[in-house]
Design a protein around this ligand. Structure first.
Ligand code: ATP
Length: 235
């Protein structure tokens, strides 16, 4: 569904990606793991049209989308859930969900259905639906960020560090949510520092090092790889 070839991203003199090839297949979870600064977020940003691409190509459903503006890429069906969540803190939970559906606000009935679906997915959000997003706990904010992303019914969901800053139990809950999304047929590109969580979820995974792909394989293959174990899974 997504095919990335020879992608380079540069911020001034900082080379964040140096010729990356990556594929995301429909209905699969593809994970990117790697240390701080390896270029994981830059990969998602480049696909979303938010990072300076200096070489290479991104194709979505066979069509080149490299350097198209971010709002056009969103409309094509690629939604990114940003690291750090970036909710509208002074808006209610329900308004944040509505804003997630801004590409289809004309279709009120569908938007209502989608809000219902998301409040069923995370019942705690139903209880909090009139509360300002800024007053939610970290875990609740992450749930809202995921739900807001799903309001646009994306063909591909790009998730950046959904476990960041969460307690272990909440990390497990978010992991279960991601697995359920896959069972519902979602296509997900997941960036995650917690390699053990990512590799358990992933059909296919990539290890990024210094702006390059150093290893790729199924989630299981990488989880069993001695180098990956040593570097990313605590031995
Ligand atoms: P982390 O897990 O810490 O978020 P990452 O693997 O997602 O790391 P990136 O955020 O993609 O890595 O960063 C790759 C490199 O590009 C780093 O050296 C980073 O400092 C640099 N970088 C990222 N964004 C910018 C920017 N807007 N301007 C300048 N340099 C940047």
């Amino acid at each position: 569904m997504l095919s990335v070839r020879g992608l380079a991203v540069e911020y001034g003199h900082v080379q964040a990606l140096r010729g990356v090839d990556l594929d995301v297949r429909a209905g699969e979870i593809t994970a990117i793991i790697g240390s701080n600064g390896a270029g994981k977020t830059s990969m998602l940003m480049a696909i979303s049209g938010l990072a300076p691409v200096t070489a290479g190509e991104v194709r979505f459903d066979g069509q080149p989308i490299t350097r198209r503006p971010a709002h056009e890429i969103t409309k094509l069906g690629i939604t990114q859930i940003l690291e750090g969540r970036q909710l509208f803190a002074d808006q209610t939970v329900e308004d944040n969900l509505l804003l997630g559906a801004y590409t289809r606000l004309g279709d009120r009935r569908r938007v209502r259905e989608l809000i219902g679906r998301e409040l069923d997915r995370f019942p705690i959000l139903r209880q909090r639906r009139r509360q300002l997003a800024g007053t939610l706990s970290g875990g609740e904010q992450q749930m809202l960020a995921i739900s807001r992303g799903l309001m646009s019914e994306p063909k591909v969901l790009l998730m950046d560090e959904p476990s960041m800053g969460l307690a272990p139990l909440l990390v497990q809950q978010i992991a279960r949510t991601i697995r359920t999304l896959r069972e519902e047929g979602a296509t997900i590109l997941l960036v995650e520092q917690m390699a053990s969580v990512a590799l358990r979820l992933a059909d296919r995974a990539y290890v990024f090092e210094n702006g390059r792909v150093s290893l790729t394989g199924t989630g299981r293959e990488l989880a069993d790889n001695p180098d990956v174990k040593r570097a990313y899974l605590g031995g």
